[in-house]
Ligand binder design. Structure first.
Ligand code: S3P
Length: 433
């Protein structure tokens, strides 16, 4: 097969064996980087995400006056602006990162000055009305173009609100909390499904007081943030590709250490256990209220069973659904996914691309507006995979390719670097050929 830097050949594997430590969690790195850049003092982070998305966050915060240094040992040092940013001369480039654009908008809406946030073609197609609405309710002056980036902000004095997110979203929740941090009074965000709570935990780590109930988070502003030192836990959404790969091969054994196991992120472990995979947590500790542990996974001799994912489960697993769907043909009973319409407005339309690529590999699949049915007991053959420039699609089908007949060619393989530049090297390390 012809290859270029944009393409990657995946050869079938016989087994998945080994032990890995993964780069820092993308969600936590965004938050630590952003809060450190806003706080007073100098923060120091080890195992910070190596993904391009978090580099976008750091570059935006640098353009707003923070100082960012990459030390020779790979750690990252961030000196914050002490609660007041400097308006940037140029538009802030959020690249491919929805988290960067949505969360920084909340941070900037109460600041003095004008700001413009732009992104790449994919990010410019993604819905931004979901942040404009609550911020406008707080009195922010924020304009979009037909609901999309560029996001133009004229800093304004805001007032506290009590807001219920119409679609569960940790990015929207964070956006409102970051505005609330700087706004007099108590701002509350309510959500029907508890989304990842890294912002709440990170705000506390940086010294803020945050109140939580089962379905709401409140912050009373204004509050100042103070620098911290932290080790970022390994990214469980990156681990998902390796956990699923190991779950496919009877006789496999994979150990992942220093892995983030925050309960709002670890639902995949329950799903894999339900599918029959054997998962053991060998060690567990807490760092800045984030659970971190060592996980060992091995595949069931009889193969994976079946899974049904809908309701709150779909929201909690949203980033892991592409890889679960991509390996579903190899399960005995396959997978049924519903209530996952949000997948259509991620870095790509992930429902359409998963269906298209599974079909390219010879699988039968039914697409729904809010999900997919992928029957089990199917064998796949290698094919040309269209990643659509979406990192999670590129990685999900690399995992599917490990058990296919023949070689799989991943087009747009470089997109893996959005969250996980080391992905292909680590895959080669643990995939036995
Ligand atoms: C993220 C929240 C989720 C997730 C994304 C990262 C975050 O998005 O899909 O990859 O770090 O807060 P939504 O907030 O749009 O659900």
């Amino acid at each position: 097969m012809h290859t270029s830097t944009q393409e990657r050949v995946i050869r079938p594997a016989r087994n998945v064996l080994g032990s890995l430590r993964l780069p820092g969690d993308k969600s936590i790195s965004h938050r630590y980087g952003m809060l450190a850049a806003f706080a007073d003092g100098t923060s120091h982070f080890t195992n910070f995400s190596t993904g391009a998305d978090c580099a976008s966050t750091l570059a935006c915060m640098e353009a707003l006056g923070a100082k960012v240094g990459k030390l020779t040992d790979g750690s990252v040092e961030v000196t914050g602006v002490g609660g007041r940013v400097t308006p940037a001369k140029h538009p802030l480039d959020c690249g491919n990162s929805g988290s960067t654009m949505r969360m920084i908008s909340g941070l900037l809406a109460p600041q003095e000055g004008s700001f413009t946030l732009v992104g790449d073609a994919s990010l410019s197609r993604r819905p931004m009305e979901r942040i404009r609405k609550p911020l406008a309710e707080m009195g922010a002056r924020l304009t979009l173009t037909e609901g999309h980036a560029p996001v133009m902000i004229e800093g304004a004095r805001l007032h506290a609100i009590d807001y219920t997110t119409p679609v569960p979203s940790a990015q929207v929740k964070t956006c409102v909390l970051l505005a609330g941090l700087q706004t007099e009074g108590t701002t509350t965000v309510r959500e029907s499904v508890r989304t990842r709570d890294h912002s709440e935990l990170a705000l506390r780590a940086f010294g803020a007081t945050v109140h939580r109930t089962s379905d709401a988070v409140s912050i009373t502003g204004p509050q100042a943030l103070h620098a911290i030192d932290a080790a970022v836990p390994g990214d469980i959404s990156s681990a998902a590709f390796f956990l699923c790969a190991a779950a496919l091969f009877p006789g496999s054994s994979l150990v992942l250490d220093s892995l983030g196991l925050n309960p709002t992120r670890a639902t995949l472990l329950d799903v894999l256990t339900g599918l029959g995979a054997r998962i053991a947590v060998l060690h567990l500790e807490e760092k800045h209220a984030e659970l971190v542990g060592t996980v060992q996974v091995s595949a069931p001799a009889e193969g994976l069973g079946s899974a049904e994912i809908s309701g709150a489960l779909a929201a909690q697993l949203i980033d892991e659904l592409p890889v679960l769907a991509a390996i579903a043909p190899y399960m005995r009973g396959g997978i049924r996914i519903r209530d996952a319409k949000e997948l259509r407005v991620k870095e790509s339309d992930r429902i359409a691309l998963v269906a298209k690529n599974l079909r390219a590999m010879g699988a039968e699949v039914t697409e729904f507006e809010d999900g997919l049915d992928v029957p089990g007991g199917q064998s796949l053959h290698g094919a040309v995979i269209d990643s659509g420039g979406d990192h999670r699609i590129a990685m999900a089908f690399s995992v599917a390719g490990l058990r296919a007949e023949g070689e799989t060619l991943i087009q747009g393989a470089e997109s893996a670097a959005i969250s996980f530049p080391e992905f292909f090297d680590l895959l080669d390390q643990v995939a036995e050929r």
